[in-house]
Design a protein around this ligand. Structure first.
Ligand code: GLC
Length: 734
């Protein structure tokens, strides 16, 4: 059977290889290890995990132990064909281990080396949540292309990216790694990432196999707590959380990583419905599924298996093809097949999938990476840095501006806030390959731009506000720029927060800055939406700058000084208070839509609206929308709207089109993003923007994954964000 990556002949080769493999060798292919985890401890690893899980050692102590742990590369097990993959980023060592696998093992099956190349390798780009605010498919693809080139030169074949978890809850730390709350935008992002990372041909040698994660609905973890339980109607899974994965599978994604969470009571790791029925059968996925780190072992604590032996059996039967260093498969699978508890055919299917990806990557033909390639990107190519700068600029979202920005030439700037001068904090979570010398802090970026800037820390992210430090720089200043937000460690994995306000005394810093009577700009440097209602009320200019990667400082300077007019649009809602979470724009109407009335979907003690809605982002110019029309032509809906640049500088606007299915057989969201178009306009310029969408995109899935197209009335919204729109009603007959 040929598949999307291999020829008939290559498939035949895999069958021949499979037929020669012993049970040990089959289990070996299903076994991935991370060298630093398997040996060198004075404590058995499971006990270490228990200690950190139970809080007997802190995460910091755990990472220190991990960093100092001796590496155990299991050479003998590689020689015996008992290992199929390593999680590592060490080109020289990878080649050595590969040589053992290819030249000293019985069948010479190459290893596949995986690593977390999430938003860049040596060239670190903005965190995914920031990059998604660019709404730019070309950027989504280009940053993945560059990351793939750099990572492959370091002998990494496979990245555990893109992360595609729809994120509707700002309390969840991993929202930082996600493309936000919308299925349509996340699906465009996922397709572009597969194209970028994998390239046109998987065996081109300058690309990476992707790993769609975390399958599935990890972002819906209850109360935004990481690893927490997930329950939802299957129709919600099919209409919201599955689409980015389905789109990426259609784009040719090579692997998928199962999520830590349970889904409706069954952990994804052992969820046969999700892994086999939905992913492999209904979505037609032909690559392989890898567990998340130690997740097969986690099934014991989920309470779905009695012990690791039970976990091994249940995972394999459910369709888990590779075990990421829980040692379940290497410990028990062979005996379970010999005892007839696990059909060997399931291992054959798993190994076939793994060998497919290795062959598609060209690892059988070219298993080694030439040493001279390893240093290829030790000096960053100019074009990589240029893309990092362009991506960073486009990811910045202007949240408020009462004629303060852009800064005027020659203005004396007092720059305050610990984060403004912390170059190591600009890369965000999951940036393991960066060099701090490549990083441009906001302070350095302003100096590079020739700004007249005096810096004082004045307040840490968690250390107290120092009034005298603020006074030391504001005296002669014309304007105060305060950089406030979160450190990298406050978002990402295992970093959920119940309080989303600015940590420490950073609001105090802003208050004191305002009290000087000088104009104040707040620059946010954060990995998630923050609840900043007082800042929104009090500070006249607010720039959402996220964690933008190595070129952050230059990008922020270009925006503050006006050489770049910000064009970013939020890919995630900013709640007004943590109590509003989960908060997202595409929610059902409910029988009593939130309104002034007490008897409606609202809180007694919180505003009705979020602070900033999905799709929101200002510009240094202004736009006017008029004359929306919505028509049907055969199988298309055609919307036209007139957009005018009514301000005094050129700008790029992302015109957004949403629809609402007013009456349907399931409650439907009040709005769903279905198209958008970027338009650049000179001051005074007016343009008719036309957007087309197939009528078929107006359908939705029911609980049985049937895609329903129901005649009826639809509202078509077009506007500058999900809240401020023009609306036309149409009746659609399918
Ligand atoms: C982590 C993360 C996953 C990552 C994997 C390997 O626990 O959940 O996103 O790819 O382990 O580092």
């Amino acid at each position: 059977m040929s598949n999307q990556w291999l020829s008939e002949m290559q498939e035949q080769k895999i069958e021949e290889l499979l037929s020669k493999m012993t049970l040990d060798e089959k289990v070996g292919q299903m076994n991935q290890l991370s060298p630093s985890i398997v040996g060198g401890f004075d404590l058995p690893f499971p006990e270490l995990i228990e200690m950190v899980t139970e809080g007997r050692i802190s995460h910091e102590e755990f990472s220190k132990i991990m960093q100092n742990a001796e590496m155990d590369y299991q050479e003998d097990n590689i020689r015996a064909g008992r290992i199929g993959s390593f999680l590592m980023n060490n080109p020289k060592k990878s080649n050595e281990l590969q040589r053992i696998a290819v030249e000293e093992s019985r069948l010479g099956i190459p290893l596949i080396f995986g690593y977390d190349v999430i938003h860049g390798c040596r060239t670190v780009f903005p965190i995914p949540l920031a990059e998604a605010c660019s709404w730019d498919e070309g950027i989504f693809e280009e940053t993945a292309r560059i990351a793939a080139r750099e990572a492959r030169s370091r002998n990494i074949h496979w990245t555990f990216a893109p992360m595609l978890d729809l994120s509707r809850d700002a309390r969840w730390g991993r929202i930082a790694e996600s493309p936000g709350e919308d299925p349509y935008l996340a699906s465009l992002y996922s397709r572009a990432k597969v194209r970028g990372f994998q390239g046109k041909k998987l065996d081109a040698g300058d690309n990476l196999a992707v790993c769609l994660k975390h399958y599935v609905a990890y972002g819906a973890a209850e109360s935004g707590q990481d690893y927490n339980t997930v329950s939802m109607a299957k129709s919600l899974l099919y209409n919201a959380y599955l689409p980015p994965f389905k789109a990426a599978v259609e784009e040719g994604a090579a692997t998928v990583m199962a999520a830590f969470n349970d889904f409706n009571g069954v952990p994804c790791t052992v969820n046969e419905y999700l892994l086999r029925e939905v992913l492999k059968e209904k979505c037609g996925f032909q690559g392989f599924v890898v567990s998340d780190a130690n997740a097969i072992d986690d099934c014991i604590r989920h309470g779905i298996v009695a012990d690791l032996e039970d976990a091994s059996k249940k995972s394999c039967i459910a369709g888990m093809d590779m075990d990421m260093n829980s040692h379940a498969y290497s410990g028990y699978l062979k005996q379970q097949v010999e005892a007839g508890e696990v059909p060997e055919a399931l291992l054959d299917d798993a190994v076939r999938r793994i060998l497919r990806v290795k062959m598609a990557l060209g690892l059988f033909k070219n298993p080694y990476s030439p040493e001279e390639k390893h240093t290829l990107y030790d000096v960053l190519p100019k074009e990589h840095v240029a893309t990092a700068l362009e991506t960073a600029k486009r990811s910045i979202v202007l949240l408020k501006n009462e004629n303060i920005l852009p800064l005027k030439k020659g203005q004396k700037i007092a720059l305050v806030g610990e984060l403004a001068d912390m170059s190591s904090e600009i890369v965000g979570s999951w940036s393991m390959g960066f060099n701090v010398e490549d990083c441009v802090s906001i302070h350095q970026g302003l100096l590079n731009a020739g700004a007249d800037v005096s810096y004082a820390k004045a307040c840490g992210v968690t250390s107290p506000f120092q009034p005298e430090e603020l006074q030391s720089v504001v005296k002669d200043a014309d304007i105060i720029v305060a950089v406030v937000g979160e450190t990298i460690s406050m978002s990402g994995e295992a970093s959920s927060r119940a309080d989303l306000s600015l940590p420490g005394e950073q609001e105090k810093l802003l208050e004191a800055a305002l009290a000087t009577g000088k104009p104040v700009v707040a620059v946010l440097m954060n990995g998630r939406p923050l609840t900043i209602p007082w800042v929104d009320q009090s500070v006249p200019a607010i720039v959402e700058a996220w964690q933008l990667g190595i070129q952050m400082g230059n990008a922020v300077a270009e925006v503050l000084l006006g050489s770049y007019n910000p064009s970013g649009k939020l890919c995630c809602t900013f709640p007004a208070m943590a109590g509003q979470c989960p908060r997202y724009y595409n929610h059902p109407s409910t029988g009593r839509p939130g309104a002034k009335s007490k008897f409606s979907s609202r809180y007694l003690d919180a505003p009705l609206e979020p602070l900033y809605p999905f799709g929101y982002g200002l510009s240094y110019t202004t736009y006017q929308y008029d004359n929306l029309t919505a028509e049907q032509a055969k199988d298309m809906i055609i919307a036209k709207v007139e957009v005018a640049n009514t301000g005094d500088c050129p700008g790029e606007e992302t015109v957004q089109l949403y629809v609402q299915d007013i009456t349907a057989s399931l409650v439907r969201p009040v709005k769903e993003l279905k198209a958008f178009q970027k338009v650049s306009l000179q001051p005074g310029e007016k343009r008719i923007v036309e957007m087309k969408l197939p009528k078929s995109s107006l359908g939705f899935y029911d609980d049985d994954m049937n895609y329903l197209l129901e005649n009826g009335e639809f509202n078509v919204y077009v506007g500058t964000n999900s809240k401020d729109c023009l609306m036309e009603k149409i009746t659609v007959i399918f």
